[in-house]
Design a binder for this molecule. Structure first.
Ligand code: NOJ
Length: 542
């Protein structure tokens, strides 16, 4: 070793007008959060009744924004991601007036309000598609993607839909196929048609004018496809990341992530720019190299934020976690920040994937990394996936995601305080994991989330600071520095099951003050003598 290297951080500190820099966003799956009217399905009034849990009250989690998965009218083939009316609220969730009230209630406590924008497909029951389907001469025909049968009489290309099978569905009445990147009940909009861009722009304006602070933009990498419908090649990408495409044995070369998608994103951004302070968060399961472009190619004219799912899809192993973090830090363009989530309504919950014994370490990781942290409702109490044996058969979701969408567990009663009726999906284990039980216990996971979020809000280094990894600190130990002009915080996380002695020579020794830990550790600590316990995380101001 040549002695300590000079400390150089990468990344940027934030610009003051961007409220989302370093923010924590809380994802609510509306059907499963809180049911105010007793029909077993969560609703807007239920969400409004739970805001004290989130922000602006003593003992609140302390998140900056909530994001609601779709609440629009839908025949529920994909539980709201198949929309039949973009500018209304489904009756089971409430009314537009309820939504206005909820937005106002959020704003009154300083909580931003994000909705889901699903611009790539509608429902087969959307009037646009019903009109398009009426015949080849329909004025709306070209709002969707239609094609004649291929030369052999089958689908026009070999493209596979995200949930399996061909992405082409035969429409008997009009004698053509239509394209659907997801379920057949979700016909893809034709983003090559300027009328579609204009209509979705108007949808955004409708909600922005109601005070919505931004959108999580669904499946954007599927927005635009090859206009010649060329066949996808077999998947031979050496670096394919599990879950990031290629699952169907084909490289989605012509059907996903086409270069023209950037025109689509720039259009969405232009509309957002009409309304100050609004944010767009792109959803795209892509390796960070590709994702980086969705944040603009040097110009700040595409998404403000884009989910980096590499961390979510990584096994809990030191090497894998290191790689995911390093790739994210190295490949995010200057002036942009990563957006991490560890769980969502599409993926096995991380307390199940990585194990409940790692839930505290995972919370620490998510909240001490540079960027935006997106929490999925229930992770703050350690909720796990439902055992398939308790789930409905046949499942509500054909792709098998019911187990990640079970109702929030507010208290220890059998209905978890979620509903006074019969919950639409069974609860997993309200008696052992619930908000009420953890709220007053300082050693609970919920209390840890609150502490982590409070410390992050108060710390310029943790909220806005640059990131610099420190390697070789000890087996299984992740280490990095978060640096702002006025504060430096050293973050240490033992990913292993054994003790984690730390060699911090590179940080030049000395003492530091613990600002937050996953354990009860507090006070001043000598950097020469730190030994982490299994799964322990400590953040130290140095
Ligand atoms: C991503 C959403 O999160 C998922 O739930 C949905 O099935 C697809 N996009 C299609 O909209």
């Amino acid at each position: 070793m040549d002695g300590p290297r000079p400390l150089e951080s990468v990344g940027v500190t934030s610009k003051p007008d961007r409220w989302w820099d370093g923010a924590a966003i809380y994802q609510i799956y509306p059907r499963s959060f809180s049911d105010a009217d007793g029909d077993g399905i969560g609703d807007l009034a239920g969400i409004a009744s739970r805001l004290d849990h989130l922000a602006g009250a003593d003992g609140a989690l302390g998140v900056d924004a909530i994001w609601l998965s779709p609440i629009y009218p839908s025949p529920l083939h994909d539980f709201g991601y198949d929309i039949s009316d973009y500018t209304d609220v489904a009756a089971e969730y409430g009314t537009l007036a309820d939504l206005n009230e909820l937005i106002a209630a959020c704003h009154a406590r300083g909580l931003r309000f994000l909705m889901d924008l699903v611009p790539c497909h509608t429902s087969i029951e959307h009037p646009w598609f019903m009109e398009a389907r009426a015949g080849r001469d329909s004025p709306k025909r070209d709002w969707f993607i239609w094609a004649d049968a291929g030369p052999g009489g089958g689908p026009p290309s070999n493209w596979e839909a995200a949930f399996g099978g061909s992405s082409w569905e035969w429409d008997e009445a009009s004698g053509q196929y239509y394209l659907h990147s997801f379920y057949p009940e979700q016909p893809d909009l034709n983003w090559r048609n300027p009328a579609v861009a204009a209509a979705i722009g108007d949808v955004m304006r409708f909600w922005f004018a109601r005070g919505v602070d931004g959108f999580r933009v669904d499946a954007i990498f599927a927005a635009i496809k090859d206009d010649r419908f060329r066949d996808n090649p077999p998947d031979r990408r050496p670096h394919a990341i599990p879950g990031l495409g290629g699952d169907a044995g084909q490289d989605p070369l012509w059907s996903l992530n086409r270069p023209e998608v950037h025109d689509v994103i720039r259009h969405l951004r232009e509309v957002a720019e009409e309304f100050p302070g609004r944010v767009l968060v792109g959803e795209a399961y892509l390796p960070v190299e590709e994702l980086a472009g969705y944040l603009g190619h040097g110009a700040d004219d595409e998404f403000h934020l884009a989910f980096n799912f590499e961390l979510l899809l990584t096994p809990w192993e030191h090497q894998h976690l290191t790689l995911a973090i390093e790739r994210s830090e190295a490949l995010h363009p200057p002036d942009t920040i990563p957006t991490y989530a560890l769980s969502n309504h599409d993926q096995s919950r991380h307390a199940t994937r990585w194990g409940s014994e790692r839930a505290r370490a995972a919370a620490f990781l998510l909240i001490t990394l540079r960027g935006v942290a997106v929490l999925y409702a229930g992770e703050e109490i350690g909720m796990v996936d439902a055992d398939p044996a308790i789930l409905p058969d046949p499942p509500f979701d054909r792709a098998g995601r019911d187990g990640y969408r079970t109702p929030m567990q507010w208290d220890a009663t059998p209905s978890g305080g979620f509903t006074t009726g019969t919950a639409w999906l069974p609860l997993v284990d309200p008696a052992s994991r619930n908000v009420a039980g953890q709220a007053s216990d300082p050693a609970s996971l919920l209390s840890l989330y609150r502490r982590l979020l409070a410390v992050r809000r108060a710390s310029s280094a943790l909220r806005h600071g640059r990131h610099r990894s420190i390697f070789g600190v000890g087996p299984g130990v992740l280490a990095w520095l978060r640096e702002a002009d006025d504060e430096r915080v050293l973050v240490l996380l033992n990913t292993g099951d054994g003790d984690g002695p730390c060699d911090l020579a590179e940080v030049n020794g000395g003492a530091g003050e613990i600002v937050v830990a996953t354990t009860e550790r507090a006070g001043t600590v000598n950097l020469d003598r730190i030994k982490l316990r299994p799964h322990e995380g400590i953040a130290i101001r140095i």
